[in-house]
Every structure is written in C-alpha cells, then in structure tokens.
Design a protein around this ligand. Structure first.
Ligand code: CMX
Length: 441
C-alpha cells in the first residue's frame, strides 16, 4: 500500500479504540506531582500531554516513533544512494508509525511509499494567487516568520475541516478533513517559503518548481536554484572549475539539496512540550482547523528562545567576527561569551528545557559539516564554541543544560551554501515543523 490516506484509514479505528481502552483502564491514575516551580516555569517537566509521534529523552535526545536521529539517517529512504534522508519518508513514519518501504533499486516504484508521498505532495503543491498577493502587499519590513503566518492564514479559506464541520461531520470522521488540510498545507509550504525568500531578498521574481525534484530539494530550488549541471558540463568544467560550481547552480548545488533534505528531516518534531508543538496542539483542541492551529505554532516558533534562536546564533557569530575577525582564539571567545552573559543576554544555541546532553540534531549537523565543509571558517568557529561555552555556562551555576541545541549549528550549513539571510532561517525550521505537529494532529 502506497496511499498514505489509505494506510491511515486502516489504522485510525484501532487507534481510536486504543485511546478508549487507555482511558477506561488508566483514566484515574496519577502521572506525577506538580511543584510550584514547575507551574511558574510553564509546565516544565510535567508529563501532561499525549504525544505519539516523538519522545524526548533528556539524556539521549529525540526519538521519532522510536527511532533516534542516527537510526533515521540510516533507515529512511534517500534521494540518492547513501545520501541524506528525505522528509517524505519521515512523514510516512510519523503519520503511520511505520518505516516506509523503499525502492532504492528503482525497480518497483509502485511499492515505494516515500516516493508516493513525494507525488502526493507534488499534486497538491499549487498555491492560489491570492496568497502571493497577500505576501506582496505586506509592509516590506515584515519579518519572514510573520509573512509565513499571514500566508498560512490566507490559505485557511480552503480548509476542508472548517467546511466539513460547518456541514455537520460526525466526530469519528474528523481525522479525514484534518488529514486533507494537513497534506495540502505541507505540500504548499515550500512554495510559500520560497516566495517569502524571493520577495524579501531577491527582488520578487519567483522560480517554478522542478517536477523531477523531491519536496525539500524543490524548496531549495525555488529559493534560488539555477538548474542542475549535466555530467557532460561537469566533465568540461573539470576540477579547477569546481569552486565556481555552487555559484553557477545557486541552491540547486547537490550539496545544498542534500543539506535541505537533512535539515527538513531533523527539525520536524521534538515531542509536544516545546512552544510550537504545544501551541499547535492547544489551538487544535478547540477544533480550530490545521491552518489556524499551525499558525499558532509558528507565532511561537518565531520567539528568540525557541526557533528564532537559529537567527540569533548567526547574528551573534557575526558580532564575534566583526569584533575579532575570523581567527578567534579560545581566550577571545571566552571573553565574548562572558560579555554576552554580563550584558544580561542568553548565549543563543545553548541550553534546553528538557535535554541534558548535546542535542543529537546538533551532532548530526556537525557530522554533515565535517563531511561537506571541513575547512569552512564558520564551522570551525562553531566547533570552538563547543569547546568554550559549556564550561562557562556551568560556572554561572544556574544553567541546567550547558550543551548546544539544534539551533547552534543549522545557520552554518545554510551560510555555506550561500543562504546568508539569517532572518529567514526560522521559516525553514517552520516548514519542517509542519511535518511533526500536523502528523500529531
Ligand atoms: N545562556 C544564558 N543563560 C541561560 C542559557 C543560555 N544559553 N540557558 C539557560 N540560561 C539561564 C536561564 O535564562 C535561567 O536564568 P534565570 O534563572 O536568570 O531566569 C537559568 O539559566 C535556568 O534556565 P534553565 O532551566 O537551564 O533553562 P530553561 O528551561 O529556563 O530555558 C532555554 C531553556 C532553551 C529557553 C534556554 O536554555 C535559553 O534561553 N537558551 C538560549 C536560546 C536558545 O538557544 N533557544 C533554542 C532552544 C531550542 C529550540 O527550541 O529551538
């Protein structure tokens, strides 16, 4: 079976029954106590939400339907052999709870579930003109995350759930229009994100999707890909010309496409307690449709202590470079970190409300950087931060987790491939987060 909705339809009645049973058998049981500090701290550490798509272990990090990040890198299908995982495979896993079947040999495409998701999303990717108009009419200084929220709200006019609810749909069938809205929204997000990028930074000229590319690679392409280079051209350019290659191809560079696939996979879900997931879930519980609920999540992701931290990390690194140049010593870096703390600011990209070790999403991106950009100065700078920051945060005596989180590394990968506009980074995070929070819906 490669039809995602049919796979869901086969599971949903059993899941509904499982939930009824759970309630009946365990309903009155207590999950734990709640302290005053936890209440003040915004429910930190209180097991108070059902979240099935992923589980966050403080020591081990995130597991998506039971699979760690390294396992996902190994098991999820990829666009090229041995390459990075594609988010379509993750979406199948998150929604159905099962690893998608793959057809890496390309012999039987009809059994390739991840590929079927790619096609499903492609079919529904067309964004109505009125959404582009909304984006064009916004104040030019509107932050890309605010633009994302406005565009998603503009799409809400087509909500199937809202229409079916008005028509009196039975509650046991809610999942169907929620599924339709979720897939429609996920399918359109790359085009919307690319339009925001092109409008804000590239004069507004949009780039058409490439029907041969997968979901995440198309996002990269529509942001500014200038075409993939044939092997004949590659041979002509030869090794000496390789440095110019990325420049010529823009974000169609193979490395950039792979980076985007990985990026979109690992940012998808982080259990239900974080602000974007919780907000989406909370608003959804009022039976607000997926467009409204996801927008609530995105307004939360736009906060500097959550998703906007990836933008803040880049700003902060650029301040370091402006002050001391690229060849920063350990001592200079220490001084800079202390100065940040003394001025009453946080060190962005470090710390976490739940994690107590280095975020495996950080480690995974560091691995990608080591493989693809080992000599890149910004990568070295981030590696230096890893050496310096945790010790200092420990010395403050109050930071519970001194280790880096996902946002400490993502900007470096984007910068390397020429996506230098850090104000846009959280939009890329948001596109990925849709996979997780809408699957849980
Ligand atoms: N730099 C400076 N101080 C920090 C810190 C950091 N990176 N991380 C925590 N602290 C401080 C807190 O501000 C708090 O100080 P006060 O008691 O004066 O208020 C104290 O240490 C205790 O905080 P905590 O219990 O360790 O952490 P919280 O659960 O309160 O906050 C988080 C978690 C992520 C908001 C925090 O670590 C932080 O602000 N980090 C920097 C921003 C960041 O990288 N956010 C992205 C997180 C990942 C994501 O959601 O995308």
């Amino acid at each position: 079976i490669t039809d995602l909705k049919a796979a869901m339809a086969a599971k949903i009645p059993k899941e509904q029954e499982r939930l009824r049973e759970l309630r009946k058998e365990c309903g009155p049981k207590a999950l734990g106590a709640c302290t005053v500090e936890q209440a003040i701290g915004g429910m930190r550490g209180i097991p108070a939400m059902l979240w099935e798509t992923s589980l966050l272990d403080p020591e081990e990090g995130i597991r998506f339907r039971g699979h760690t990040i390294p396992e996902l890198e190994e098991k999820l299908p990829s666009a090229k052999e041995g390459g990075e995982p594609i988010p379509e495979g993750l979406l199948w896993l998150l929604m159905t709870g099962e690893m998608p079947t793959v057809d890496q040999a390309k012999a039987m495409p009809t059994v390739d579930q991840a590929k079927a998701v790619t096609e499903l999303l492609r079919e529904r990717s067309k964004v109505p003109d009125h959404v582009f108009k909304v984006l064009r009419d916004l104040h030019p200084n509107t932050h890309p995350m605010t633009q994302l929220c406005q565009a998603v709200l503009a799409l809400q006019v087509d909500s199937k759930f809202a229409a079916d609810y008005r028509a009196g749909i039975h509650k046991s069938k809610y999942w169907e229009p929620v599924f339709e809205d979720s897939i429609n929204l996920i399918a359109k997000l790359p085009t919307i994100a690319a339009a925001i990028y092109r409008n804000t930074y590239k004069g507004g000229e949009l780039i058409e999707a490439d029907p041969k590319l997968d979901w995440a690679a198309n996002l990269s392409h529509m942001m500014g890909g200038f075409g993939r280079v044939s092997s004949r051209t590659l041979n002509k350019i030869g090794v000496d010309g390789a440095a110019n290659l990325s420049h010529m191809m823009g974000y169609d560079d193979e490395g950039c496409l792979e980076m985007m696939r990985l990026y979109q996979t690992i940012h998808a879900d982080h259990e239900g307690g974080n602000v974007s997931a919780h907000a989406t879930h909370l608003v959804g519980s009022a039976l607000s449709d997926p467009y409204l609920s996801f927008t609530a999540g995105m307004t939360g992701l736009a906060g500097p202590l959550h998703g906007l931290a990836n933008q803040e990390v880049l700003r902060w690194l650029n301040e370091v470079r402006a002050e001391v140049g690229d060849n920063v010593t350990k001592e200079q870096m220490k001084e800079f970190v202390w100065a940040t703390l003394k001025s009453g600011k946080v060190v962005p990209g470090f710390g976490h409300a739940v994690l107590r070790k280095t975020d495996p999403r950080y480690t995974c991106q560091a691995g990608f950087a080591a493989r693809n950009m080992p000599d890149y100065p910004l990568y070295k700078l981030v590696a230096l931060l890893y050496d310096v920051v945790p010790d200092i945060l420990i010395q403050t005596g109050k930071v519970k987790n001194p280790w880096p989180n996902v946002d400490a590394h993502s900007g470096v990968l984007l910068q390397y491939y020429g996506i230098t506009e850090e104000n846009f980074y959280t939009v890329l995070f948001g596109v990925s987060r849709a996979l997780g929070v809408l699957s849980q819906g």
